[in-house]
Design a protein around this ligand. Structure first.
Ligand code: GRF
Length: 200
C-alpha cells in the first residue's frame, strides 16, 4: 500500500514506519512525507531516503481553506491508499477530509476519548489516572474523535513526570502504529459507523 505521512516534528513515528517498510513483506511503501513547517526532522529523514517531501505553511495561504486545498493536492499527487498523521499539529479541513475519507489516520498519545488535545500526557498525570496509552483512529471532522483502529495501554508510575510518561507512551505508540498500518496495508479495512475492522 502507498502511504503518505504528515508530520510537524521529529518524526520518530515516521522513522519506525520507514524501518518496518524496508521489509517488502510489511506491505507499506512510504511514497511521500508532508509537513506544515520547513525544517522538520521527519522531512530530513525522508530526503535521506529519496522520498519526496512537501511543505504547506498555513500562513503562506490566503485562508485556512486555501491551505487545506493545497495540502489535499500535495497529498493526492502521491496517490496514497492511506495517509498517516504522525505528530502533525494541524487540523485538516473539509476538502482534505472529503478526499481521504476513511483513509486518513492519526495517532494520539492518550486512550481516547480521554484526554484529546495537545497536552494529553500532562492531562493524564493531573487527572491521576493509573493507565495511559495511545490511540490510532480514523480522522473525522471532530478533534481526536474518529473511529478507533487500535489502542495500547501503558502504566502510569508513581514517580512519573510529563517527560517519562510521554516517552513510555511514545514507545508503545510507535509499535502500535507499525503493527496497525501494516495490517491495514496487507488486509484492508472497513469503517462502519464508529467501528473499524481489519479486512476488506
Ligand atoms: C506522538 O506521540 C503523537 O501522539 C503526538 O506527537 C508525537 C509525535 O512524535 N501528538 P514524532 O514526531 O513522531 O516523534
Amino acid at each position: 500500500a502507498r502511504v503518505v505521512v504528515l508530520l510537524s516534528g521529529g518524526g520518530s513515528n515516521l522513522a519506525a514506519l520507514l524501518a518496518a517498510a524496508e521489509e517488502p513483506a510489511y506491505g507499506v511503501q512510504v511514497v511521500g512525507v508532508g509537513a506544515d513547517r520547513p525544517g522538520t526532522g521527519g522531512a530530513a529523514m525522508a530526503q535521506e531516503r529519496d522520498i519526496p517531501t512537501f511543505v504547506e505553511v498555513v500562513k503562506d495561504h490566503a485562508s485556512r481553506e486555501a491551505w487545506d486545498a493545497a495540502l489535499t493536492d500535495q497529498v493526492a499527487a502521491h496517490a496514497p491508499d492511506l495517509v498517516v498523521s504522525a505528530g502533525f499539529l494541524k487540523l485538516v479541513g473539509a476538502t482534505f477530509l472529503a478526499r481521504f475519507e476513511g483513509r486518513y489516520l492519526n495517532t494520539h498519545n492518550s486512550l481516547l476519548p480521554a484526554f484529546p488535545g495537545m497536552r494529553a500526557p500532562a492531562d493524564a498525570l493531573v487527572h491521576g489516572v493509573k493507565v495511559a496509552g495511545a490511540t490510532l483512529f480514523v480522522v473525522d471532522a471532530g478533534v481526536d474523535a474518529g473511529p478507533i483502529v487500535a489502542q495500547v495501554a501503558v502504566p502510569v508510575l508513581d514517580d512519573d513526570d510529563v517527560e517519562t510518561l510521554t516517552e513510555r507512551i511514545k514507545v508503545a505508540e510507535r509499535a502500535q502504529l507499525v503493527d496497525a498500518v501494516g495490517r491495514l496495508a496487507r488486509e484492508g479495512w472497513t469503517v462502519d459507523g464508529r467501528h473499524v475492522r481489519f479486512g476488506a
